[in-house]
Design a protein around this ligand. Structure first.
Ligand code: HEC
Length: 320
């Protein structure tokens, strides 16, 4: 299902072979994008309809879409502070994968949900696996992956090439400058302070890739918008955003992932578009910021209204 690219660097090395491995036992399913309940060493998940929290990265690969997110507290604070070598206890990453769905708009949208994976840092609990607990749940019913504890060897073997980054492939979107530029994604995290909102701290509603423009875009929503996402009918479709909701479509030009051949990650931001549902009225307002300095660009009414229709019509990415 996931395309495997064999890499020379340490692939398949059985670093953990022969040692007793502690397996996160995902008895109950909880989607990783919510704060995790961790009891007696078990990774436990609560089902949630919520979209990804604090997006740290998106990667686009030929057959699958991925978004990694960190929990909103420890990992995110650590990323923002540059405290990631190693990641502190309590850091958590989720990687969510969807099938690609080619839209009639020429864009690639997330289609069916494939799986969610987790990495949870607890140096004492997971000392046999260098401090990380690993888990993977497949399908909308979040079926635990692996038949015995050795499934974790598959994870660690493939993450071994990035052992120097504490096993984390993701280059977090952070403005913290570290001496090793390949560990963080500063350029993609840099939005001007003059924007009316800072959407990178908001939750993610969906994302898509524009293959012709070599761009990745993520739709973020403020809390009111996210409530509307949760409240929408389970049949899917676009939410009805109420007044006070603001959504932001951030578009980045893509660059090659330095850690994974064939994957593409966000580079410099190209544009930020806001749609604000005005309080007390049924109207919405569109503002576009683009160009090298992401300054506000006046938009003709016809273009503004077609962009609003497009943005407000984006369906949230499917999650269990
Ligand atoms: C075939 C190689 C491969 C295997 C096997 C693999 N991963 Fe990963 N993993 C990656 C790559 C590459 C990324 C970076 C995101 C991307 O490009 O998909 C990643 C990213 C992640 C992330 C997001 C944090 C990060 O490191 O960027 C999590 C969480 C994760 N993997 C969990 C797992 C778990 C759990 C398993 C085992 C069940 C596993 N992975 C097995 C290659 C692999």
């Amino acid at each position: 299902m996931i395309r495997c690219v064999r890499m020379g660097r340490g692939w398949g090395e059985k670093r953990f072979a022969g040692r007793k491995l502690r397996r996160p036992s995902p008895r109950r399913a909880e989607l990783a994008v919510r704060p995790l309940a961790q009891a007696r060493g078990a990774l436990r998940f609560r089902r949630s309809a919520g979209p990804a929290h604090a997006l740290t990265r998106t990667a686009h690969r030929p057959s699958i879409f991925q978004a990694s997110s960190s929990d909103p507290t420890i990992s995110n604070n650590a990323a923002q502070a540059g405290n990631i070598s190693p990641w502190p206890d309590g850091a958590r990453f989720a990687k969510i994968a969807w099938w690609q769905s080619a839209g009639s708009d020429g864009l690639i949208h997330p289609g069916g949900f494939v799986q969610v994976e987790l990495m949870v840092k607890d140096a004492a609990l997971y000392k046999d696996t260098d401090g990380w607990g690993w888990g993977r749940w497949r399908g909308l019913d979040l079926k635990p992956y692996g038949t015995d504890a050795r499934f974790v060897e598959e994870c660690t073997a493939c993450h071994l090439p990035v052992r120097g980054n504490d096993y984390v492939y993701t280059l977090p979107l952070t403005r913290a400058s570290l001496d090793r530029a390949e560990v963080v994604n500063n350029r993609a995290a840099t939005l001007p302070a003059s924007l009316p909102y800072q959407p990178l701290g908001w939750r993610v509603i969906t994302l898509f890739v524009d293959p012709a423009a070599h761009a990745t875009a993520v739709l973020f929503g403020n809390d009111t918008a996210i409530e509307a996402v949760h409240a929408r009918a389970s049949s899917g479709g676009a939410p009805a955003y109420p007044s006070g909701a603001v959504v932001a479509l951030v578009t980045w030009v893509q660059r090659d992932d330095p850690h994974w051949f064939g994957a593409r990650i966000p580079d410099a931001p190209q544009s930020v578009e806001f749609v604000q549902m005005d309080a007390g009225s049924q109207t919405s307002r569109y503002r576009r910021f683009s160009g090298a300095s992401l300054s506000e660009v006046p938009t003709a009414e016809a273009l503004a209204s077609s962009r609003m229709i497009f943005i407000l019509g984006l369906a949230p990415a499917a999650l269990p």
